[in-house]
Design a binder for this molecule. Sequence first.
Ligand SMILES: [Zn+2]
Ligand SMILES: [Zn+2]
Length: 168
Amino acid sequence: MKSDRRSFIAASVLSVGALSFPASTRAVEISVNQDGAKEISIRGRVVCLTEELDKTFNVMPDCANRGHVYSIKTAEGRIYPLLPTDSAAAVWMDQRFRVRDLQVTGRSFPESDFIEVINFQSWVDNRLHDLYYFCDVCMITTFKPGPCECCQDPVVFRETPAGENSQI
Ligand SMILES: [Zn+2]
Ligand SMILES: [Zn+2]
């Protein structure tokens, strides 16, 4: 059920990616759902909200014990904390997601700043790329590292120009 929704959303993400985003790094609203949630696209880099706030407000982070509050910070300085969902797991699990210029498709909700990640992409040489993991044996794509759900071999990180990979 969940994976059906993901693949449906991934298809819409690809079509949005093909539009190529303007230079602006503001959140782009893709759609508003009847329940009030908005599908948005934001460009930025991963930061820890606690550590960011500590720079100015001295909030005394305890990330080692409490965990990082990973967030997307845009070039304008707006910070969107990420809900710790399975769809966002790669940020916690793979350092590569924390050093890239990301384009994040997600849902934002009324009364909250947190966003639910739907999909991560990256910018490389001004070109949008898809980020995913792949099992070469089973030809299976996944969105987080770990053993392949089919053969249990570790899946391999991939970053390919958006829209060029027919496997996702
Ligand atoms: Zn932290
Ligand atoms: Zn496999």
